[in-house]
Ligand binder design. Structure first.
Ligand code: C2E
Ligand code: CA
Ligand code: CA
Length: 685
């Protein structure tokens, strides 16, 4: 076999010849793979039988040119006898014999595979170009990984031109806020030829930062060597902003901007730890709006939402930095108050919150009236978990609802707690009592021993409770003293007593006296004297008809100032009596130095004067010595004739007690005085 023969037979490409009509005249073995027919079977078949219709024209043209003596190379597509498609790279060469073209040689290379790859690459390239993601390809084998390719989105996102990018390392995208740890992670992936995915802060050419969600993958050649890295980037700044917004809204309420329960619980845990360390008081207030639902139902959600915003702002105005106000439900708020000194501050806050929330809400043209119920829990009672405090405050809030709303309730387990709760309720109700004037004055006559005549009366306050009926001052006065509410109450007593007395004296033409009880707090307050003067002037009452009853407690603190006030009272022409005498510290010799005119022997001594020798002796001693000091002696709480007889014997000056007359309302007092004036009682036997 000569060389030409060998080239023909063993050529890996299809080699064949066509006659001048286009029929196969010879074909090698490789042609079989292309046409699906053995060389012998191919002879005599026309080439166009295999050519795809779209390629017919260009194939015919190439064949025609070859017949004219011109070698031609072209691409065509055929379908073989098995129906398989092939892309062929064909070269046609004229077959010359004696300067004459006698046929056409053909060499056909099967380029189907290469073509497919080319198309795929083309599609890939197109898709990279039109991708929304920025794509960058860097040379893994050149030092410092220079950029070989960057698609248009990469240029758009980063703001650079192709020339500015090509040949440079991508670190030009980093800036002051790029996290070095993330960059390290990226480098580590590249060094170890691994895929990496990071989110990092990158910078636009202009300097504006953006969040880059970057995915980097190594590209390996046929031998598994990493030749390139492709980076796919995605600007997720918008997503990041949304994420941040989501994170905020996960912890904050969208409507009011207040923290949610999660954040509340975090802060509570923190505050709780802190108060444990510095042993201060931590209070949790659970605030629930009363009757909020009807507002939503009748006025619509818009108005409801606006109202809630106002509620939030009002509550916010009450707290100080370090406190937390959270919205934990539709119309439920929780206040954390860490670092308090005493319960009074908690009461004060609850009181202020109730008052503020009860102020009408003006929303557009609507005026809305709404109150709130508050539950209180503090760290005074131990809890296992700080959140327990929220639960307790919640329970207490429901209790407050049951108590009739617009009030607060203090969570407690035990009975000591229940007195605390009673206090809370009482305090709250006292507040209302003052505003709604639920108080009245009863008057108890004082009778002169010598004449048996009533010379005056003591004003004793009564609380006409709308539910519980008449409540004794022994119950609420001590509390009112603690809370300071006694000031308002005392002021009212003074004015009312002066008013009633002036009216009685005017109508009867008498000059009865009225004694009012003054609490230590009231007595010590600046303006006490001024308020008395004012009450006297307003009713045109002679000062000597108004008596002041104080207890030893008044003298115990700030003695100098108290003594000064006593002098002023005497200078004004008023009479001061020392109440409950014998129960405190005072010695009679001490009293001598004070401008006091009367002592009232305490009921507890009077009670047993006839049965216990010891009490009789005290009463006797007090009366004798008082007279020695020019003090009048009043015996109060006389219930039996025996007591009266004994005290009369001892030359007590004035009597007061159920035996003679009970405290009575003004109307009854008028009747009593009327009768008394007509038929004075017989002097005691
Ligand atoms: P007090 O000043 O010692 O008033 C006398 C109390 O003894 C009154 O009780 C009176 O009702 C009661 N009492 C009078 N006679 C008898 C009797 O024969 N037997 C018995 N067992 N009790 C008798 P009340 O009205 O309950 O007042 C209790 C205390 O409340 C008063 O004691 C006084 O300390 C205080 N209080 C009453 N009204 C006022 C007020 O307007 N202002 C202030 N700051 N305290 C007041
Ligand atoms: Ca009294
Ligand atoms: Ca008394």
């Amino acid at each position: 076999m000569d060389i030409t023969q060998s080239l023909f037979t063993h050529n890996p490409d299809g080699v064949f010849s066509l006659d001048l009509e286009g029929y196969f005249s010879s074909a090698n073995l490789a042609t079989t793979t292309l046409t699906g027919l053995a060389p012998d079977d191919l002879i005599g078949i026309h080439y166009s039988r295999f050519v795809e219709p779209e390629y017919q024209a260009c194939t015919d043209e190439a064949y025609a040119r070859a017949k004219l003596g011109e070698p031609v190379r072209y691409e065509t597509q055929i379908v073989d006898a098995r129906g398989e498609r092939h892309v062929l790279d064909v070269t046609n060469i004229p077959m010359m014999l004696d300067e004459q073209v006698v046929g056409v040689y053909g060499i056909a290379k099967d380029i189907t595979h290469r073509k497919q790859q080319e198309t795929r690459l083309h599609i890939l390239q197109r898709s990279i170009e039109v991708s929304l993601n920025g794509i960058v390809i860097v040379d893994a084998q050149a030092p410092d990984l220079p950029v070989l390719y960057a698609n248009p989105p990469f240029l758009r996102i980063t703001g650079y031109d192709m020339e500015e990018v090509m040949g440079h390392n991508c670190r030009f995208l980093q800036g002051p806020d790029t996290d070095p740890q993330t960059v390290a992670k990226l480098r580590h992936g590249i060094e170890h030829h691994r895929e990496v995915r990071v989110t990092l802060r990158n910078y636009h050419k202009e300097g504006t930062p953006f969040w880059n969600d970057l995915y980097i993958s190594p590209i390996r050649d046929g031998n598994g060597c990493v030749t390139h890295f492709v980076g796919v980037m995605h600007d997720i700044s918008e997503h990041k902003t949304n994420e941040a917004r989501l994170a905020y809204y996960a912890s904050h309420d969208a409507l009011t901007g207040l923290p949610h329960r999660t954040l509340l619980e975090e802060r509570l845990a923190h505050d709780y730890q802190l108060t444990l360390r510095n042993a201060s008081l931590l209070a949790v207030l659970y605030i629930d709006l009363d009757d909020f639902k009807p507002i939503n139902d009748s006025l619509g959600f818009g108005v409801g939402d606006k109202t809630l915003k106002v509620v939030a702002r009002r509550l916010e105005s009450l707290i100080t930095p370090g406190d937390t106000l959270a919205r934990v439900g539709g119309n439920e708020f929780v206040m954390l108050l860490p670092g308090l000194n005493d319960e009074d501050q908690v009461w004060g806050m609850a009181e202020r919150a109730l008052t503020l929330l009860a102020t009408p809400y003006v929303i557009g043209t609507d005026e809305i009236y709404m109150t709130a119920s508050i539950g209180i829990a503090t760290n005074q009672e131990a809890v296992k978990q700080p959140v327990e405090l929220i639960r307790r405050a919640d329970m207490a809030m429901h209790h407050a609802k049951r108590m009739g709303r617009n009030t607060y309730h203090w969570f407690t387990h035990d009975t000591t707690g229940s007195t605390m709760n009673e206090r809370v309720v009482l305090r709250r109700e006292l507040h209302e009592a003052i505003q709604q004037q639920q108080f009245t004055l009863y008057y108890q006559p004082l009778v002169a021993a010598e004449s048996g005549q009533t010379i005056g009366f003591e004003a004793l306050i009564r609380w006409q409770h709308p539910v519980h009926g008449v409540i004794s001052p022994a119950v609420f006065i001590p509390l009112a003293e603690q809370t300071g509410q006694i000031i308002k109450i005392g002021q009212w007593v003074m004015e009312q007593a002066c008013h009633d007395l002036a009216m009685i004296n005017a109508s009867l033409g008498s000059d009865y006296t009225v004694a009012i009880n003054i609490s230590p707090l009231q007595f010590r307050r600046d303006g006490f004297l001024a308020s008395i003067r004012q009450a006297l002037e307003a009713t045109n009452l002679a000062p000597h008809l108004l008596e002041i009853e104080i207890t030893e407690g008044v003298l115990m603190e700030h003695t100098e100032a108290a003594v000064e006030t006593l002098h002023s009272l005497r200078n004004m022409g008023m009479c001061v009596a020392l109440d409950d005498f014998g129960t405190g510290f005072s010695s009679l010799s001490y009293l001598r130095r004070l401008p006091i005119k009367k002592v009232k022997i305490d009921r507890s001594f009077v009670k047993d004067v006839t049965t216990r020798r010891h009490d009789a002796a005290i009463a006797q001693g007090v009366i004798t010595m008082s007279h020695h000091l020019d003090l009048q002696v009043v015996a109060e709480g006389i219930e039996t004739q025996e007591q009266l007889n004994f005290l009369t014997e001892q030359k007590c000056d004035l009597f007061q007690g159920y035996l003679l007359a009970r405290p009575m309302p003004l109307e009854k007092l008028k009747e009593y005085l009327h009768l008394n004036a007509q038929s004075p009682p017989a002097p005691p036997a």
